[in-house]
Design a protein around this ligand. Structure first.
Ligand SMILES: C[S@@+](CC[C@H](N)C(=O)[O-])C[C@H]1O[C@@H](n2cnc3c(N)ncnc32)[C@H](O)[C@@H]1O
Length: 297
């Protein structure tokens, strides 16, 4: 979970919704909650930094947000950190509205769903946006993860680090020019060029360009900076990439197929409950997520 805590410490953005899909997700949530009576207490599960609460801020609700990560307080909500989805600190039937956007599916299934249902009161609604195993979001996550894996196993990370250390031996205020005069560093440069040629064939063009920019930045552009600083900048960048990879793995593993969703939901329902499950799509027809509404009567 450290990867989520460090993510929420380092960003104001939300996990998925700051992307091109934000408007569609907001519209879908507003539509799903449109006929849900207002007032009373509402719970956002695995809230992150509270994007769902901001989307539904027009509603008259007393919001409570919980997440397992070490999140900051969310404006307009009682915020509880380090709360696992499957073990919410609330009594039965405390909330008239329970929601989660790309959150509930991250916990154990179906116990996280059962817990969300337990804290929902009679006549209350459970609204979920859930990662779809075939969505464009999941596909992009798989592609990004494959790029990250290729990069981390390519040898480029160590080679750049060794080059930076070689620069340190030349001069503490080393410049790339100095590097060219150092035999060891020149060999490393040749090695880096060949590793990069190889990597280029394995990863997407955007990812390659992004990494190349980072490499050139630490090697060439941070001219005035000491090698030690360049090295720590490089290592921090690689650390962030690994952390992003951990989040992607978590996201891909949490994405659900219809059978898994239905089996969890069917376990909750009595003959009086009601549920709708639909596939949410982008304007150009791509799968974006599952949209779920459950009524507890
Ligand atoms: C993709 S983010 C979504 C956050 C937010 N709902 C949003 O849409 O911006 C997933 C969130 O689930 C939380 N999470 C993952 N596993 C969890 C668990 N077992 N219990 C509680 N929260 C969990 C993470 O800390 C993270 O904040």
């Amino acid at each position: 979970m450290d990867h989520w805590s460090s993510y929420w410490k380092s960003t104001q953005a939300s996990a998925v919704t700051d992307s091109q899909w934000g408007d569609a997700l907001a519209e879908c949530l507003i539509e799903l909650t449109d006929e849900v009576p207002q007032g009373g207490m509402a719970l956002d599960l695995a809230s992150g930094n509270g994007q769902l609460i901001r989307y539904l801020s027009h509603r008259n609700q007393q919001w409570v947000a919980t997440d397992l990560a070490d999140i900051d307080a969310i404006e307009g909500a009682v915020t509880l950190r380090q709360v696992p989805l499957q073990s919410q600190p609330f009594s039965d039937g405390q909330f008239s509205l329970v929601c989660s956007m790309f959150g509930l599916e991250y916990g154990p299934w179906p116990s996280s769903l059962n817990e969300a249902w337990r804290v929902l009161r009679r006549n209350g609604s459970l609204i979920l946006i859930v990662h779809h195993e075939l969505s464009v979001i999941t596909k992009e996550a798989k592609r990004d993860l494959a790029d990250i894996d290729s990069f981390l196993s390519s040898g480029v990370v160590n080679c750049v680090e060794n080059m930076l250390k070689a620069m340190g031996k030349v001069d503490t205020d080393a410049k790339f020019v100095a590097l060219e005069n150092n035999l060891n560093a020149r060999k490393l440069k040749q090695q880096l060029d060949s590793l990069l040629r190889c990597l280029k064939g394995q990863v997407s063009a955007d990812f390659f360009d992004f990494q190349l920019q980072g490499i050139m930045l630490v090697l060439n552009e941070m001219m005035g900076d000491e090698v030690k600083l360049k090295l720590s900048r490089w290592q921090a960048g690689v650390g962030e990439l690994k952390s992003y990879g951990e989040r992607l793995k978590h996201q891909i593993a949490s994405a659900k197929d219809e059978k898994t969703l239905n089996s969890g939901i069917n376990g909750l329902l009595t003959c009086e409950s009601e549920f709708t499950l639909r596939e949410m799509r982008t304007k150009d027809g791509q799968m974006l997520a599952w949209a779920i509404k459950l009524q507890k009567y």
